[in-house]
Design a protein around this ligand. Structure first.
Ligand code: C5P
Length: 275
């Protein structure tokens, strides 16, 4: 059996620069990854796609799952007659801005590439990834990177130290398309230059305001995270609703997690590290 991690992605910063004629938005974003994620297992028991794990029920109908679409696209591109059975172990909340579906699709492409003896950096895999979704190429690369275009034009950056990360999701699924639609059209400027964390600290997520308009609880999440001591950066990821805080100290991260779990026991709250 081939097992591939599908690590969650964070947008340390996300600057929306302009609306494009094709309906997408031109971005500048800093992608980073954490150790926590879903898992794709290729070649086990059964047939087709089986979804397990704590967030399996939230995923609903598996037929249109990005994993299946990735597998079908891979098979048609590379002439693979039979797709081995796939198990997706779902640990990440769905539609939550941390690239769960995109990371799952990317892990499926990596697993199938291994199955067929293809290199994980085959440019054809990146073409398939870009057709599946704007964040799938970044998840296929799986390392700290600057993303431009709709997020698919990538420039790898020096990795970040394994800092502690707290992820908090208030349990609302947010539509990426709707959040982008509500962006006010004001270009607030490019990402600052420099080392990724410093650039992120001086940067923004321009989707925070429109996401808070769609789901006001996100402002509460950001506020609670900002109240806890010791964070290097507090921000929403992607189009939300998951927000994160980065810490130098694992103890500060654990203390913030404990405080938020006590105040909001229904929120999903996960401690991990940058990977
Ligand atoms: O590429 P993906 O399918 O993940 O995008 C989902 C939706 O998010 C798109 O249909 C589009 O409405 C919006 N989007 C956007 N600009 C981007 C990425 C996504 O407007 N750069």
């Amino acid at each position: 059996m081939i097992v591939e991690p599908a690590r969650a992605k964070l947008n340390l910063a996300l600057h929306v620069r302009r609306r494009r004629a094709d309906g997408y938005h031109e971005l500048e974003t800093l992608f980073a990854f954490v150790a926590l994620g879903d898992e794709v297992r290729l070649g086990g028991e059964g047939e087709g796609l089986r979804v397990t794990g704590p967030f399996a029920p939230a995923l609903g109908d598996t037929a249109d799952n990005l994993v299946t679409r990735a597998a079908v696209a891979f098979a048609s591109r590379f002439g693979l007659d039979t797709i081995p059975p796939i198990e997706l172990v779902k640990h990440l909340p769905v539609a939550s801005g941390i690239g769960g579906g995109s990371a799952d699709a990317a892990a499926t492409l990596r697993a199938l590439a291994r199955h067929c003896g293809r290199a994980p950096d085959d440019p054809a895999l990146f073409e398939i990834a870009a057709a599946l979704g704007s964040d799938v190429p970044a998840c296929l690369l799986g390392r700290t990177a600057l993303g431009r275009g709709r997020g698919e034009a990538l420039e790898p950056l020096a990795g970040l130290p394994p800092r502690a990360v707290l992820l908090v999701n208030p349990g609302v699924a947010v539509s990426t398309a709707e959040v982008f639609r509500r962006w006010d059209g004001i270009d607030r400027g490019p990402l600052p230059d420099g080392e990724a964390l410093e650039a992120a600290q001086c940067g923004r997520n321009d989707l925070e305001a429109p996401a808070c308009a769609v789901a006001p609880v996100i402002a509460d999440v950001l506020g609670r995270l900002a109240e806890q001591p010791g964070a290097l950066l507090v921000r929403m990821s992607g189009s939300g609703a998951t927000c994160f805080a980065l810490y130098d100290s694992a103890a500060a991260c654990a203390a913030a997690a404990a405080a938020i779990r006590t105040a909001r026991p229904r929120w999903w709250c996960a401690e991990t590290i940058l990977a």
